[in-house]
Ligand binder design. Structure first.
Ligand SMILES: *Cc1c(COP(=O)(O)O)cnc(C)c1O
Length: 353
């Protein structure tokens, strides 16, 4: 704390990201990155762009990328916003749609960035308890006073709520914005992007970090009614006209154009997830029904914290949250088949100790 800090800095409680290690030989299953590299077409597009015009500012409207994403979802350019990672898109959305004095709602077990943004922008919030089985208590999100934000599938539980539930929440908040954070939707049943032309109060936020292997490029996006997208553009242009650099713009576009590569890698991760789930269940783990690229698990007898430390000793990183209600769970990212075999083997040894 310093006398030079603004009240905004003083009230912040910054998000703590999962450990990033540069060390080789680490099996890194702690931040839900994709184990596969991005499409070769992404690398080619970035290389070509490097040889072109880095001395010039990138497009402030990012129209080409927005159009490409829109086409993927049957939407037009003015229904799509792009930003520097979905974390930035989320931050802009808090500024654009939520207000001090009007409490927003999100689940009590959810992405821990939401309370961080709420504190930063001075927005009060209510944490809505999940049901005992970690599913959403849908009615508790009706008639909010300031808006709703929730991830679907939820993080870190991995549980997906069907579109009929999401639609009910949207319908029952007609005067508020409902933000659906779909960071993991490509590993799940279907996106709420379908609801956008039906309701002007739903904003769907996605990222290229997980399903498109581009966590290092930082490209996220939002889809919604043009009036919502305009609000986000107004915030961006009052903050930084060029949130996406030239490499990110062409790389993300190439990732959306290579549908075959995307379908293949997502399919592989889903198949590995289901195999991993079976293996862990055979070791007496309770595995929540996952529609994400990670599983949320607890063991019948060995505490999650012990498992976390034992795995770490062996160079295997998973995520442990020391928070009431989930402090006996581990969140494990789905890696390659080989990585998951190693993990299961190590876990089977640890629980026999
Ligand atoms: C990973 C994640 C994000 C952030 O994604 P970036 O685009 O990399 O900033 C947002 N929301 C949830 C729920 C996530 O898990």
């Amino acid at each position: 704390m310093s006398k030079f800090w603004s009240s905004m800095v003083k009230r912040t409680e910054p998000y703590i990201p999962g450990e990033q290690v540069e060390q080789a030989n680490i099996v890194k299953l702690n931040t839900n990155e994709n184990p596969y590299p991005p499409s070769p077409k992404v690398t080619a597009a970035i290389k070509e762009e490097i040889g072109r015009s880095l001395q010039l500012y990138p497009s402030p409207t990012a129209n080409e990328l927005r159009e490409t994403i829109g086409r993927h979802y049957g939407l037009s350019t003015d229904e799509v916003f792009v930003g520097n990672g979905s974390d930035e898109v989320l931050a802009f959305s808090f500024m654009a749609f939520f207000e001090p004095g009007h409490p927003i709602r999100f689940p009590n077990v959810t992405y821990s960035f939401y309370p961080v943004y709420a504190k930063l922008f001075d927005i009060p919030y209510e944490e809505v308890p999940l049901n005992k089985d970690f599913t959403l208590c849908v009615d508790s999100f009706f008639q909010s006073h300031g808006g709703v934000i929730l991830p679907n599938p939820n993080a870190p539980t991995s549980i997906y709520a069907g579109l009929e539930h999401i639609e009910k929440i949207v319908q029952n908040n007609p005067d508020q914005v409902v933000i659906i954070d779909e960071a993991y939707i490509d590993f799940a049943t279907e996106s709420a992007a379908k609801l956008i032309r039906k309701y002007d109060n739903v904003l769907v936020i996605q990222t290229t970090s997980k399903s498109r292997s581009l966590a290092g490029l930082r490209v996220g996006f939002a889809m919604g009614d043009p009036s919502l997208i305009n609000a986000l553009i107004r915030i961006k242009d009052s903050f930084n006209s060029y949130t996406l650099d030239r490499l990110a713009l062409v790389g993300a576009k190439a990732a959306f154009e290579d549908v075959a590569y995307f379908t293949d890698t997502v399919g592989k991760i889903i198949a590995t997830r289901e195999k991993t789930k079976d293996s862990l269940q055979n070791l007496d783990f309770n595995v929540l029904p996952s529609q994400a690229n990670f599983v949320f698990v607890s063991h019948k007898t060995v505490p999650a914290e012990v498992l976390y430390h034992e795995l770490k000793k062996e160079g295997m990183l998973v995520r442990y949250f020391n928070k009431p209600g989930i402090d006996n769970y581990l969140r494990i990212t789905i890696g390659t088949d080989e990585q998951m075999k190693q993990l299961v083997k190590r876990l089977s040894e640890i629980i026999k100790l």
